[in-house]
Design a protein around this ligand. Structure first.
Ligand code: SAH
Length: 215
């Protein structure tokens, strides 16, 4: 069976992402461009543009397309930013960010996933993504401060390290809550402190580390 991935992708943008209220034209264009199926295990590629998260190995998942688009929109990227991602997973979210900002720094704790993500990003020609295998709850201090930080795993609390590594005016988007249900938060940093806005309920795999959940 030959699948028209491009057609599936444009349907995904229309029916799952724009339909639910994502409006940033740059985000919509990139969701229509990045080949999500390339980031998935081969056996699951036929379902790459479905309205759900999918397993990527090691008990981890690639997020639902709408969630990727919504979190990306919340970061308010214009093109010249340095963005930190915690939880590289398949590398798909990193690729979406790479299309929308100057440079992406992404951290993954599971080496096999990071290696696979690196290979996919290289194959697709993404040159503005740097990666390390580490506990991302510490952030990436040497490379800070960041214009935006996205955490794609569920945290019990907002790690203070990540807020510290944001620029003034910077945005942190992170799912926070219980192990199996969270709220998506957007935290905006300013010289007088932080403002927290609540987006939607969500379910992510756990952020495991010093300032996350225990293994
Ligand atoms: N953004 C990914 C999906 C991430 S799934 C994508 O587009 O495919 C969440 C990922 O976070 C998993 O791969 C998991 O191993 C990783 N993770 C969990 N805790 C982490 C931590 N403390 N530091 C870095 N990565 C972590």
């Amino acid at each position: 069976m030959i699948i028209d991935f491009e057609k599936e992708r444009s349907r995904m943008v229309e029916e799952q992402i724009a339909f639910r209220g994502v409006t940033d034209p740059r985000v919509l264009a990139v969701m229509g461009k990045v080949p999500r199926h390339e980031f998935m295990p081969e056996a699951l590629r036929a379902q790459a543009y479905g309205d759900h998260a999918m397993p990527i190995g090691e008990g981890q998942t690639i997020s639902q397309p709408y969630i990727v688009a919504l979190m990306t929109e919340l970061l308010e990227l214009k093109g010249d930013e340095r963005v930190l991602e915690i939880g590289t997973g398949s590398g798909y979210q990193a690729a979406v960010l790479a299309e929308l900002c100057q440079k992406v720094f992404t951290i993954e704790r599971v080496k096999t996933l990071a290696d696979k993500a690196r290979a996919t990003l290289d194959r697709l020609g993404y040159k503005n993504v740097v990666m390390k295998v580490y506990d991302g709850t510490y952030g990436w201090k040497e490379m800070s401060p960041f214009d935006a930080i996205i955490v794609t795993a569920a945290a019990p609390d907002v790690p203070d390290t990540l807020v510290e590594q944001l620029k003034d005016g910077g945005r942190l988007v992170i799912p926070v809550g219980e192990r199996y249900s969270q709220l998506l938060l957007k935290i905006i940093k300013s010289p007088s402190g932080t403002v927290t806005k609540t987006s939607i309920p969500c379910i992510f795999v756990p952020l495991i580390g010093a300032k996350g959940w225990r293994e």
